[in-house]
Design a protein around this ligand. Structure first.
Ligand code: ATP
Length: 351
């Protein structure tokens, strides 16, 4: 089977981790007769600085017919993040209706959590982040720039359809896993959009009597991600809260460099996008020490979405085995001194 894959390495450590991970991902495909036909796009902040746009006007048309998209990272110290994000990643997520942002958090065997007392396998949950609206809606404006009476309005947008479809996916996931779902809001302070969210969770929960539902305010959820991360299984949250909580999840499970994500368009006909949770990491960009495993694991999610479960399993097994082996190379974020390329060379041998 052959798949057409668009690859956008992007900024900072994006090209480092994509260049390193792609051969590993391809190896896993080859082992199961799955061929990836890759087209690489140089859409990144350098392009914005040269030509005034992160990507061409017809970028989403160019991407629409691919089977999947793999992205490295977007962000650059010389350009504000809201410009780079709104110039590349957000239009792709929204145009392609990638309304599920699925982000697993796993403490792997052999990886040390900064939290005391947790061992490999103890932390294992998945966040379903709403990915097309909420606090990331491009609704608002600024007036009287630079004057004392300057005003900025930023509206969060919650639609019944938008909330229901992500909540439903999260319930399905909870049913497939251990049957418990945590819904995170801030409906004491956000009394419209987030109360709609709570109402929808109540309504949908009636269709899933076998799923136990816990409701947490985001401040309590943040504490509990630190105090009892082992008790979560499936977490569903708005665009902003999901974003913040998954960085925290990555941190408590050992490193930003291990956290993969999938931006899914579950209903077709558009491609889904796979990317590590981390950003462009300017503090280590260009040093070839970025951890490529989050991108490799994003590749596993890509295979899974294409229905190529055996290739996905091979990638995950190789990563798990590598992390469990004290002799295997590790990048500095995991306490080692290996370069990115050493980690992927070792993975290729394992596959
Ligand atoms: P951006 O503005 O693009 O989001 P950032 O620095 O704010 O960049 P991240 O890129 O997520 O956010 O980086 C957060 C921290 O995690 C940094 O210290 C970075 O070095 C570290 N980090 C992120 N990704 C990796 C990785 N793949 N390997 C090693 N360290 C990483």
């Amino acid at each position: 089977m052959m798949y057409e894959i668009a690859v956008i390495p992007g900024d900072g450590i994006g090209p480092t981790v994509v260049d390193a991970a792609l051969p590993v991902i391809k190896d896993a495909g080859d082992a199961h007769g799955v061929e990836l036909d890759v087209t690489t796009y140089d859409w990144r902040t350098e392009r914005y600085l040269d030509r005034g746009a992160m990507m061409p006007e017809d970028a989403t048309d160019q991407l629409a017919d691919f089977d999947a998209i793999l992205l490295g990272a977007v962000g650059h110290e010389e350009v504000p993040d809201h410009v780079t994000l709104r110039g590349l990643l957000l239009p792709i997520r929204k145009t392609f209706n990638q309304y599920v942002c699925k982000r697993p958090t796993t403490l792997f065997e052999g990886v040390r959590s900064p939290l005391r007392g947790y061992r490999g396998g103890d932390i294992d949950f998945v966040v379903y982040r709403e990915n097309t609206e909420g606090e990331y809606a491009d609704v608002g404006g600024r007036e009287h720039h630079g004057y004392d009476n300057e005003v900025a309005v930023q509206s969060a947008v919650f639609t019944r359809e938008g909330v229901e479809r992500i909540v439903r996916r999260a319930f399905e996931a909870a049913r497939d896993r251990s049957g418990s779902l945590t819904s995170v809001t801030k409906s004491n302070a956000q009394a419209y959009g987030m109360v709609l969210w709570d109402d929808v969770v109540d309504e949908v929960s009636e269709e899933y009597p076998d799923v136990a539902v816990e409701r947490l305010l985001v401040d309590a959820a943040s504490m509990d991600f630190v105090r009892r991360p082992d008790e979560f299984d499936v977490v569903v949250a708005s665009n902003l809260f999901g974003d913040i909580l998954t960085d925290l999840g990555a941190a408590v499970s050992g490193s930003m460099g291990l956290a993969p994500s999938a931006n899914l368009n579950p209903d077709g006909p558009y491609p889904s996008l796979f990317e590590p949770v981390h950003g462009s990491a300017p503090d280590i960009a260009g040093r070839e020490i970025a951890n490529p495993l989050a991108t490799v694991l994003s590749g596993a999610m890509l295979f899974e979405d294409l229905g190529e479960d055996a290739a996905a399993a091979d990638l995950r097994t190789a990563v798990q085995d590598q992390l469990a082996s004290s002799a295997a190379p590790r990048t500095p974020d995991l306490g080692g001194d290996a370069a990115t390329a050493e980690v992927t060379a070792d993975l290729r041998e394992r596959i």
